[in-house]
Design a protein around this ligand. Structure first.
Ligand SMILES: C[S@@+](CC[C@H](N)C(=O)[O-])C[C@H]1O[C@@H](n2cnc3c(N)ncnc32)[C@H](O)[C@@H]1O
Length: 307
């Protein structure tokens, strides 16, 4: 969902509520949900309380729009803090249920706003603990704020350089995995007349960008001429490979699904490199080209499917 577009197109009466929700998120930005003093740190701000009081006046459809908006915004904020958080469909549904519960508590007026706020943030902490158990081990209970684990979107120029792309040589169709919200590379390739598509868990949906998780995306078989993923899939695979509780088997299976979705002669361009799995690829079936990238500690890789 493109937030700006969404806000421009919601009914007027919801706009004010959305603005206040945005302010609430802003006030919570960077706060550590595992902090021992969470009760004083994460609180509803007056504007949010004000909006909360109006929730009883809105119809069911508008209420669902608000809940979807908040759920999506919360997911983005969690992933902004730590790009390695992973929220599957079930996790997203249970997060939505937390907001449904919040709205219903607000409407029934049985508890004070402070009590509702306390219970709400406790539910969020529990949800994060259940869905991404590693988080509790990396964030101290003594720190009020957390440092985000950087995750950016890059220009097409930089991606072309990092991924060793020569656009005259690209085989179509092209798929960008973890293309970013805007799909900069997809946009660039399409502007150059190439048939390109992308997906990302936070992509702004269009006829060529899809919002999807790479564990849920259907890559197909013998389908893509070129697949690219800049600091996306392989970066997360590498992260899981180094974690004791990492989901590395699932990543390895998806990596093979990606390679099997290439046409014969098709190529997968990605960075960083994944030497721990690349070494096991059948050299009769795949040709691997690695390139050192200036001062970066990682390499960029092209895997070509030969058979
Ligand atoms: C460092 S950014 C790179 C974006 C883009 N490739 C670029 O170079 O501009 C990594 C991207 O991977 C996406 N991502 C992370 N986990 C994902 C998942 N499980 N499924 C789909 N996309 C994911 C993030 O939303 C983010 O946009």
């Amino acid at each position: 969902m493109n937030e700006d577009w969404f806000k421009m197109n919601v009914p007027m009466k919801l706009k004010k509520l959305l603005d206040n929700i945005d302010k609430q998120f802003k006030s919570n930005t960077g706060k550590n949900i595992f902090f021992d003093g969470i009760q004083d740190s994460l609180k509803f701000i007056p504007e949010a309380v004000n909006s909360i009081e109006k929730i009883g006046e809105i119809d069911k459809v508008s209420e669902n729009i608000l809940i979807d908006y908040i759920t999506n915004k919360a997911l983005q904020e969690f992933c902004r803090i730590n790009q390695y958080y992973n929220f599957n469909k079930q996790a997203q549904e249970s997060l939505r249920a937390i907001y449904v519960d919040l709205f219903s508590k607000i409407k029934t007026h049985n508890n004070s706003v402070d009590t509702i706020s306390k219970v709400h943030y406790e539910s969020l902490t529990m949800w994060l603990r259940e869905t991404n158990a590693f988080a509790e081990n990396i964030y101290s209970t003594q720190e009020e704020n957390v440092e985000p684990v950087a995750c950016s979107e890059y220009s097409h120029e930089l991606q072309i350089e990092l991924l060793q792309i020569d656009i005259a040589q690209l085989i179509e169709p092209i798929l960008d995995i973890g293309c970013g919200k805007q799909g900069n590379m997809v946009d660039y390739l399409r502007n150059n007349g190439l048939e390109a598509f992308g997906f990302d868990r936070f992509a702004f949906e269009s006829s060529f960008l899809t919002q999807s998780d790479w564990f849920e995306y259907d890559f197909g078989l013998n389908k893509w001429g070129t697949i690219i993923s800049n600091l996306g899939f392989s970066n997360h695979f590498q992260h899981h490979h180094t974690r004791n509780d990492g989901d590395f088997v699932r990543y390895a299976k998806t990596y093979m699904d990606i390679l099997n979705s290439l046409k014969i002669g098709g190529r997968f361009h990605y960075a960083p490199d994944l030497p721990f799995i690349e070494q096991y690829l059948d050299i009769g079936k795949y040709a691997i080209t690695r390139k050192k990238l200036g001062d970066y500690t990682f390499k960029s890789v092209i895997v070509e499917r030969l058979l």
